[in-house]
Design a protein around this ligand. Structure first.
Ligand code: HEM
Length: 504
């Protein structure tokens, strides 16, 4: 079904239920944060994916201020446009804003309601996979993937190489090992990457918004879309369940790599609590639920990181003086690059910790080009006052992450790529925003990305090694264009092509 049909149906529904809502809304809208009319809001929300709304929200922010409401029927979507309000909401009043709206029926961390199941699943990921000692135990996997990436980049074409495909492949190899404990060949990696990315891009396109906003009605009216989603989900299960089963078998038979814990290992014995509302079953995760958990792990750790890596490398190609300064720092710590790419001769993770300029480059990349220009939608758990307005219970709330990173009130020359800004304060920068938010590429507060340390390590490790081994430059007749395009994350509209030549 097409956009015009959505619009007609929504307008009819809005007209039918308007009289019912009028009394209530008259009472409430007085203190709601301001925003455009219900009809204009409905059209905006139904015809745009969340990232596509960014330019509209920017202009609404100039008109209405930093707290904006879009209404559709009785639902309210509230958007927050400044750092100080984001800090007040997510850090100082975090618990009220830590829930998620119920959308598609999957069980994973990011879509779990704020409650015991979410706590258990999140604690499991944080303690069993993302704990620093565990992250260290995956060090061999990072070295292995780095070899693969370097070999792929060495076989480049003369007119430059489109690097993003190789970054995606590398990140999938890495996250697949961490998830299923297996090194897979290229065909299997491509199969997993393909189904995961199809799901991500379809969901990111906003085509399923209606199913999330009105689950029952949406499924009836948009049966083709619903079937498309079910088919994709089925493909994902066909691809991931055999890997999950194979890992569980190897744990049972004791043939798995001793001392190495894959994400699946940690899911098998989890005992989920019964939720108070009785909507979620307790007990062990089913295979299908493990697919949702593993699918989340793969997508959270691959798409975001490879998108950020591409943006950072693009800025290093565009700004040779920054690349040179970074290379000099790397050589000062580990010496010049070695002729052979050997697992034991790459720049190690301990060395990376001694490179403040490298860290500044990565942070500047995340400020200037955060992979997500919004966080995942939060749900307000009880009515609360913010900045003199009433934010009602049940409203969804989101944050203009992209806009905050470019706010001239906070950042000097915000459009410029200047890593030096992160060297102030002895290079100490609190990405969690606990004392004050200046940017929030990983979100903030209780729902902050639990993978932020791992993501920073991956970015620092790959950027350091890629700059150490190779000189990156612009192919003839090409220029690095920093225009953006929305996929699931905000990616380069014209993907980076670079000439990558060995430094030895
Ligand atoms: C550059 C890389 C990454 C970026 C920019 C990023 C960003 C984000 C953002 C903005 C959120 C939403 C926060 C909110 O709703 O308030 C999020 C949530 C999440 N991220 Fe990441 N992320 C990255 C890498 C990772 C990695 C490597 C993992 C794990 C392997 C991960 C796992 C998750 C999970 C499980 C959530 C849901 C948290 C919850 O709902 O409690 N992310 N991430």
């Amino acid at each position: 079904m097409e956009t015009w049909f959505i619009i007609v149906v929504s307008v009819c529904i809005a007209a039918l239920i308007r009289p019912l809502l009028l009394n209530r809304s008259h009472r409430n809208t007085k203190t709601l944060p301001p925003g455009p009319s219900r009809l204009a809001s409905t059209l905006l929300l139904l015809t745009n994916s969340l990232p596509d709304l960014e330019p509209v929200l920017k202009s609404l922010k100039s008109k209405y201020g930093p707290l904006i409401t879009l209404s559709i029927g009785s639902r309210r979507s509230i958007f927050v446009g400044t750092h100080s309000l984001a800090h007040r909401i997510l850090i100082q009043n975090g618990a009220v804003f830590a829930d998620r709206p119920k959308t598609l029926p999957v069980r994973n961390i990011s879509s779990s309601a704020y409650g015991p199941t979410w706590r258990l699943l999140r604690r499991n990921l944080a303690a069993e996979v993302l704990h620093p000692s565990r992250v260290k135990s995956y060090s061999w996997a990072r070295k292995w993937v780095l070899q693969i990436l370097i070999k792929r980049l060495q076989n480049q074409e003369t007119d430059g190489i489109k690097v993003i495909d190789h970054f995606h492949h590398a990140m999938f190899c890495l996250l697949v090992v961490m998830c299923f404990g297996e090194k897979l060949d290229d065909d299997r990696i491509n199969e997993i990457a393909s189904v995961q990315r199809r799901l991500l891009i379809l969901i990111g396109s906003g085509r399923f918004n209606i199913l999330g906003l009105f689950p029952r009605l949406g499924r009836l009216l948009f049966i083709t879309r619903w079937k498309e989603l079910l088919q994709l989900r089925n493909d994902q299960e066909q691809t991931l369940i055999p890997l999950i089963k194979s890992r569980i078998e190897s744990i049972k038979s004791g043939s798995q790599n001793e001392g190495f814990v894959a994400y699946v290992d940690t899911l098998v014995n989890l005992e989920l609590p019964e939720e108070d509302d009785g909507k979620e079953n307790g007990g062990k995760l089913t295979y299908k639920e493990m697919v949702s958990m593993c699918g989340e792990f793969l997508n959270a750790g691959t798409d975001t990181t490879s998108t950020a890596l591409q943006w950072i490398m693009a800025n290093l190609v565009k700004n040779p003086h920054i690349q040179r300064k970074l290379y000099d720092e790397i050589v000062a710590v580990v010496g010049p690059p070695v002729p052979q790419v050997e697992p034991e001769l790459v720049i190690g993770e301990d060395d990376v910790q001694k490179m403040p300029y490298l860290k500044a480059v990565v942070l500047e990349g995340l400020r200037r080009h955060p992979p997500g220009h919004f966080v995942l939608p939060h749900r307000v758990m009880k009515e609360v006052e913010v900045d003199g307005y009433t934010v009602p219970e049940g409203a969804t709330i989101n944050f203009l992450v992209g806009v905050m990173g470019l706010d001239p009130e906070v950042w000097d020359e915000p459009m410029e790529f200047k890593p030096e800004r992160f060297l102030a304060n002895d290079g100490v920068f609190d990405i969690t925003g606990s004392k004050g938010i200046k940017m929030m590429p990983f979100g903030a507060g209780r729902r902050i990305c639990p993978g932020s340390d791992l993501a920073l390590l991956h970015l620092e490790y790959f950027v350091a090694n890629l700059i150490w081994y190779f000189d990156w430059s612009v192919p003839d007749g090409y220029h690095v264009d920093l225009s953006e395009k929305v996929e699931f994350t905000v990616v380069m509209k014209h993907p980076l092509r670079a000439l990558v030549s060995s430094r030895v």
